[in-house]
Ligand binder design. Sequence first.
Ligand code: IMP
Ligand code: MG
Length: 176
Amino acid sequence: MSQLKVMFSREQIQQRVRELAAKITHDFEGDSVIFVGVLKGATIFLSDLARAVSLDASFDFIGTSSYGNEKVSSGEVRLTKDVDQPITGKNIILVEDILDTGLTMTYLVKMFQAHQPKSLRIAALLDKASRRQHPVRADYVGFTLPDEFVVGYGMDSAEKYRNLPDICVLVEDGNL
Ligand code: IMP
Ligand code: MG
């Protein structure tokens, strides 16, 4: 059995997403952007972020796998779905739920850079900075958080809890 404890409420998330969107709108004023969400965790963040920017924007998704249903990374990244449109010469914003060890994002940045976009930026809702093993920095970060496993607002534990409106810590009974 495990219990859920709210770490970031839906109100805090909405406020922060609006701030990030304002920054993105300012940074790309007069230009267009493609949001590329990393499936599946980033879908809800992307849908809120994309609706809060005032820019000519489109979006796409990319699939990677390194976790399976484990909480510990297997240490390698595999592409399970590529983008549907050419990215050369475009402003790309990679949208991720959490930067953890940085393995996934390092792989994606390398892959996207090979296609020579006009610009490549990273928006991460959460940043577990203390866990980083592969040096990568997000340009837009929602919240930095300690080394705790969180679910909700798109994020899962073995595919559960993605639809929770708040970001919650999963506390195993006995650790309460
Ligand atoms: P990285 O490659 O180690 O940076 O792992 C990033 C991915 O691991 C994220 O996109 C998430 O899918 C997953 N992940 C890392 N920490 C958590 C967590 O606390 N909750 C849910 N998923 C997580
Ligand atoms: Mg993810």
